[in-house]
Design a protein around this ligand. Structure first.
Ligand code: ZN
Length: 339
C-alpha cells in the first residue's frame, strides 16, 4: 500500500461516505466536498474502514424512517453503491467479508471496506433480511441510531446528560443481538443508550464494540461513554473507536469546528489511560459529522498521527491505535462459515 503519511496504516471504525455519493465510483475520485474518498484516504494513511449505511427519516434524521420494506430497498441500493466502488476500483478497493481477506488487503496495497448498517430499520422482526444481508457481506450492525425502532431505543442528542435516557432493547432487539452473535457479526454499541448497552453487554458473547464514541468524563454528551461503560468494553476485549465529531470531543459540547487537534488527542489519551491501549482505535465519523478544521478530511489523519507521535506514542502504540486493535477485535468476532 502506498502510504504517504509514513505512519502505520489506519483502519477507521466508522464513516458515512456512502451517504454522500450517488454512485460508488465517485468514491474513487478526489472530491472538493465531504471528508472521504480514496485519494484523500490514501494520503492520510488509511488502509480501510467500516462503511456505514444510514437511512434518514421521512422528514429528517431524527424522524422515524420509512417502513421496513422501503428501508431494505434503500439499504440494498447503498450496498450496491459500495459494490460499484469495488468493481470500478480495478483491484484497489475490496469489500472484506472474512478476516483473511481483510488481512490480505492490509498486506497487499488494497483498501479494505467493511459493510455496516447504522440502525437496523431495514431488518424485519423475524430477522430474515439479516441472514440475507449477511450473505451479501454485511459484517457489522448497530441495532439503533439515535431514535427508536423495532429493536430498541437510541440515545438522543443531549449535552450535559448521561447516556441513561430510557428503555433499551425490545424483545426483537434481544433476538437480533443473539443472531448477530451466531453469525459472528459486530454489534455496534454507539447510539445505544445505557439500558441498551447493558443488555448487549449481558447478552453478547463477542468483544464489545463502540465504533464511534468518546469519553463522557471529558464531554458530557449522552452519545459518549461513561467510565463504567469504557471499563466493560475493555474487560470484554473490545474497542472504542474515537469519534472526531466536535460536539462529542469538546468539554463545552459545542458543534464548533474550530477545535484544536489537542482536544482530540486528549480524548484518545483519556481512553488509553482508562481502558489500556489495546482497546482504543479510531472511528472518525467522516462524512457524518462536523470534525475539527485541524483534521478537515481523511488526508488529515496524517496530522493526527503526527500529533500522537508528538504526544509520545511510539511506533508500536501507534500501530495498535491505527489498526491492530480493530483487526484483533474483528478476528475475534467474525466467524468463518457461520451460515
Ligand atoms: Zn453515528
Amino acid at each position: 500500500m502506498m502510504v504517504m503519511s509514513g505512519y502505520p496504516l489506519i483502519f477507521d471504525g466508522h464513516n458515512d461516505a456512502l451517504s454522500r455519493v450517488k454512485r460508488g465510483e465517485q468514491l474513487l475520485e478526489r472530491r472538493s466536498t465531504g471528508h472521504l474518498d480514496l485519494p484523500r484516504a490514501l494520503e492520510g494513511g488509511m488502509g480501510g474502514g467500516i462503511f456505514a449505511m444510514f437511512l434518514e427519516g421521512s422528514a429528517g434524521v431524527f424522524d422515524p424512517p420509512v417502513g421496513q420494506a422501503l428501508a431494505l430497498q434503500r439499504m440494498v441500493a447503498m450496498m450496491a453503491r459500495l459494490e460499484g466502488c469495488e468493481a470500478a476500483a480495478q483491484g484497489r478497493v475490496k469489500i472484506a467479508r472474512d478476516f483473511n481477506a481483510l488481512q490480505q488487503c492490509f498486506q497487499q496495497d488494497v483498501f479494505a471496506a467493511v459493510m455496516h448498517i447504522e440502525g437496523a430499520e431495514a431488518i424485519d422482526e423475524d430477522l430474515a433480511a439479516l441472514d440475507v444481508l449477511y450473505r451479501a457481506g454485511l459484517r457489522s450492525l448497530g441495532p439503533v441510531w439515535s431514535r427508536p425502532n423495532a429493536f430498541g431505543h437510541g440515545t438522543p442528542f443531549r449535552f450535559d446528560h448521561s447516556p441513561d435516557t430510557g428503555p433499551g432493547l425490545t424483545d426483537a432487539g434481544k433476538r437480533l443481538v443473539r443472531r448477530c452473535n451466531e453469525l459472528g457479526m459486530i454489534i455496534d454499541l454507539s447510539h445505544l443508550n445505557q439500558r441498551g448497552f447493558d443488555e448487549v453487554a449481558e447478552l453478547s458473547d463477542a468483544p464489545l464494540v463502540a465504533s464511534h464514541s468518546n469519553a463522557w468524563a471529558l464531554c458530557k454528551h449522552a452519545r459518549n461513554l461513561t467510565d463504567a461503560q469504557l471499563d466493560a468494553i475493555a474487560a470484554s476485549g473490545g474497542i472504542v473507536g474515537c469519534n472526531f465529531a466536535v460536539g462529542f470531543i469538546r468539554e463545552d459540547g459545542r458543534f464548533d469546528t474550530d477545535t484544536p487537534m489537542e482536544a482530540l488527542v486528549r480524548q484518545i489519551e483519556y481512553l488509553v489511560q482508562r481502558m489500556g491501549i489495546a482497546h482504543v482505535g479510531f472511528g472518525s465519523d467522516f462524512d457524518g459529522a462536523d470534525i475539527p478544521d485541524a483534521i478537515a478530511d481523511a488526508a488529515g489523519y496524517a496530522r493526527l498521527m503526527q500529533a500522537l507521535h508528538g504526544a509520545g506514542y511510539k511506533e508500536d502504540d501507534l500501530a495498535a491505535l491505527a489498526h491492530r486493535n480493530w483487526l484483533r477485535v474483528i478476528e475475534n468476532t467474525w466467524r468463518v462459515g457461520a451460515v
